[in-house]
Structure formats: C-alpha cells, structure tokens
Design a protein around this ligand. Structure first.
Ligand SMILES: Nc1ncnc2c1ncn2[C@@H]1O[C@H](COP(=O)(O)OP(=O)(O)O)[C@@H](O)[C@H]1O
Ligand SMILES: [Mg+2]
Length: 218
C-alpha cells in the first residue's frame, strides 16, 4: 500500500533548520495494523501526516497504491485522501455546529454519495452511537465524540485509517472501547490501520510496532 524511501521532513525558520523526520524507509502492506510509538516530539505525528497525505516530505519518495505521491499537487492529494483515507484525531475535530450524523455524513457528502445519510446512520450504529445521531458534539462525552469521529473516518469505507493518539483525552474505559472498535475495523473490514499511541497494552498487542526516536525509525 505504502512505500517510503529515505523520507525526511525538515522545518526551517530564519535561524534554525530542524528535522521532524529523518531518512525513514518503510513499507506498509494492505490489512496491516501498525502502532507507532515514541516519546513526545519523536516524529509520530509527522509520520502519520505523511501517511495521511496531509504533509508532504522535504525529501525522499512516497508511493501510495503504486502511485508516486511525494510530488503530487495539493488537489491530487486531497482527492486521494477523500476517497481512500480516514483520519482520527486526538481532539476529535468534530464540527461544533453539526450534529453527530451530519459530522459522519460530511465526508460522504464531499464524495457526492447519495446514500450519505443511511450510510452515516449505519456507521453510527456500528459504534453504538445511533441513539445520539441528532446531538451536537458539546452534548456528548469525550468517549462518545471519539466514537462519532471513528464512524466519520470509516463510513466511506476507506482503505486506510490513520489515528493520532486517539485515546489521549479519554479515560481507561473509553480507551478500551476505542481500541476494540479500531481492532474490529481491521479484523472484520480489513482496513489498514496506523495508530500513534502511548498505550503500552495496546501497542504490545499490535502485530507490528514502529518505534520512533528523534525523527528516526528504530
Ligand atoms: N509545523 C512545525 N514547525 C516546526 N517544527 C515542527 C512542526 N511540527 C512538528 N515540529 C517538530 O518536529 C518534531 C516532531 O514532532 P511531532 O511529529 O509532532 O512529534 P510527536 O507526534 O511524536 O510528538 C518536534 O521536534 C516538533 O517540535
Ligand atoms: Mg504527535
């Protein structure tokens, strides 16, 4: 699915240049469940941003589904992302003025899917949130918001889901629920999953773990 060759991401201002990611070479196959671990600042979000086609590397090659994307335009990247990639954020990133079901419909609506509402309701049911479809985010708990954002990420049946510390703002019980939902997406629906996490229990159980330190893959 993904091939990264000597991929680096560098940030520069007038005084200093610094590498957020350095010389990462990596291959990800379809159907994998991968945990990315490492201290804060080690480059996990930078790597996930590159895999989610949100960030472009400063050097190196990235291919997604046999297509070179490291030199693609923003419009091309957005197109691939809309169709094939779902993203889950630590801060949920739900739209505050939209209801739960409208949040889940949004990516389907961007794809001009005429069954957006019924697919969104089904996705909410899959995460046990269909009874909350008409609530706004501020009327939901953190755990409930994250379940809605999981539904939003998979309603369009993406090939890849990226989750950047999805349980960092949740209590133990909701952390378990979120990891069970993500594991089920991988096992039952075959979605490739890349998750950055500090949760040792979960990362220890992952089939594959990528450990980062100072922007490098150990
Ligand atoms: N937009 C940015 N501008 C400058 N430096 C950045 C930017 N984003 C990340 N960095 C730096 O890159 C390094 C890796 O960051 P990040 O990928 O967010 O790490 P992690 O997710 O593991 O905490 C850090 O040193 C961070 O300060
Ligand atoms: Mg991060």
């Amino acid at each position: 699915m993904f091939v990264l060759e000597n991929v680096s991401k560098e940030y520069a201002n007038s005084q200093v240049r610094s590498f957020a990611m350095r010389d990462v070479t990596l291959r990800i196959d379809r159907g994998e469940l991968i945990c990315v671990t490492g201290k804060s600042g080690s480059g996990k979000s930078t790597l996930l941003g590159i895999l989610g086609l949100i960030n472009q590397p400063t050097s190196g090659d990235v291919s997604f589904d046999d297509r070179r994307v490291s030199d693609a335009s923003d419009a091309e990247l957005a197109q691939i992302r809309r169709q094939k990639i779902g993203i889950i954020f630590q801060q949920f990133n739900l739209h505050p003025t939209l209801t739960a079901v409208e949040n889940v419909m949004y990516p389907l609506y961007m794809l001009k899917d005429r069954q957006a509402r019924s697919k969104a309701i089904q996705a909410l049911a899959d995460v046990g949130m269909d009874a909350f479809a008409d609530r706004k985010p501020k009327q939901l708990s953190g755990g409930q918001m994250q379940r809605v954002s999981i539904a939003r990420a998979f309603a369009k049946k993406p090939e890849l889901i990226i989750a950047d510390e999805p349980t960092a703002n949740l209590d133990t019980e909701n952390t378990q629920i979120v990891y069970q939902l993500l594991q089920r997406l991988n096992h039952e629906k075959g979605v490739t999953l890349v998750i950055a996490t500090h949760d040792r229990d979960f990362s220890d159980s992952a089939v594959r773990r990528l450990n980062m330190q100072d922007g490098r893959l150990l």
